[in-house]
Design a protein around this ligand. Structure first.
Ligand code: KG4
Ligand code: ZN
Length: 338
């Protein structure tokens, strides 16, 4: 079964072809980072327009790389939400056009389920039940996944997403957009113990996250100590990263132990961060918990993960009709609209 995945929920235009729900035949990601960098964040109107320009060439390249034609497809999976509505509509409309022209069945995929399915593209996929930490630019959430296609929200951020905090702090430090990879690079030359940024005020019993406090602390620190020498910037980056990692690891481990989960899936753009990957694996190992982390290129937005989640739903008999709409606030733990 060949499934074409299409992803356009934010600022990456992506298409991929997956065979048998597991084998990535091709994966093309056209990043809009350079387009949004001058603004220090994603400009929704520009994002939609760029998706319109590049989505057909991106799909054509994914098919070419896989050595397939549209008529070789058995299914189409497209991100239905959550995301920017204008961006989502581009992917949904193109997917519907292809489904209408070819008669190939289509299914709408929740972007967060896609992130979780990235773990199933690795040679050693997680067995159910597991706890998933989805940590990206738009979301920071813990889901308990007792069985295939069942998701229970265990905790989430009460304010900023972790990736959003990385992006805002990257901007404060003048490191450019997106902040996550820039902070990780800059932190390598810094001391993670140089500045004691506060861990979130939330009690450790609460399963929710909060990242607005640390963002404010970094902002105050920069105002008080600026202009900053490169060494000072590296220390702030390293200390900020270490604090965010500590918050994510602590809450996730606590939730896993409380739920008796023996497996954790770490995924989403921020899961590309080496400090987080290493710290969560080390802390989990101490408690006999196994961590599944997709390769970095599968952690950040891509369409292979959307095809993987869609392939399972198609195999399960799900079909979206041609009046499927984009749902910008689509939830993972409630019934999806189609
Ligand atoms: O999953 P993703 O590609 O898009 C969303 O669904 O939001 O995540 C993008 C987020 C951005 O905030 C970016 O700064 C962050 O992931 N990110 C990282 C790293 N690579 C990307 N954060 C920390 N360290 C990284 N290496
Ligand atoms: Zn994402």
């Amino acid at each position: 079964m060949n499934v074409l995945g299409i992803e356009s929920s934010c600022d990456e235009t992506a298409a991929a072809v997956l065979a048998d729900g597991r084998r990535v035949l091709s994966s093309v990601v056209a990043s809009q980072d350079a387009l949004h960098a001058p603004y220090g964040g994603v400009v929704p109107e520009l994002a939609s327009r760029r998706h319109v320009e590049v989505i057909v060439p991106v799909i054509e390249k994914a098919l070419d790389d896989a050595g397939l034609k549209l008529t070789d497809l058995d299914g189409i999976a497209v991100t239905q939400g959550p995301g920017l509505v204008g961006s989502l509509l581009v992917g949904c409309s193109v997917a519907k056009g292809i489904a209408y022209a070819t008669g190939v069945p289509m299914v709408g995929v929740n972007h967060l389920e896609g992130h979780i399915f990235a773990a199933f593209l690795e040679p050693d996929p997680p067995e159910h039940p597991f706890l998933a930490l989805v940590v990206s630019g738009g979301h920071t959430a813990l889901y308990h996944v007792p069985a295939p296609r069942q998701y229970r929200l265990v905790g989430r951020t009460r304010d900023d997403a972790a990736g959003e905090a990385f992006d805002k702090v990257g901007k404060l430090l003048g490191l450019g957009y997106p902040g996550g990879p820039a902070i990780e690079r800059t932190a390598q030359a810094g001391d993670p113990r140089a500045i004691a940024f506060p861990l979130s005020q939330m009690t450790d019993q609460a399963p929710d996250f909060s990242f607005s406090g640390i963002k404010t602390s970094v902002s105050l620190h920069v105002k008080r100590h600026g202009p900053l020498a490169p060494g000072a910037v590296a220390d702030i980056a390293a200390s900020f990263q270490a604090t965010v990692v500590k918050m994510l690891v602590r809450k996730t481990l606590r939730a896993a132990l409380r739920l008796g989960a023996r497996r954790i899936v770490l995924t989403g753009g921020v899961a590309a961060n080496s400090a987080l990957r290493t710290a969560l694996a080390a802390e989990a190992a101490e408690h006999g918990v196994v961590v599944h982390v997709p390769a970095r290129r599968l952690c950040t937005d891509n369409a292979a993960m959307i095809a993987a989640a869609g392939a399972e739903r198609l195999a399960n008999g799900e079909r979206a009709s041609l009046d499927m709409n984009a749902v910008p606030d689509l939830a993972l733990d409630s019934p999806r609209s189609s």
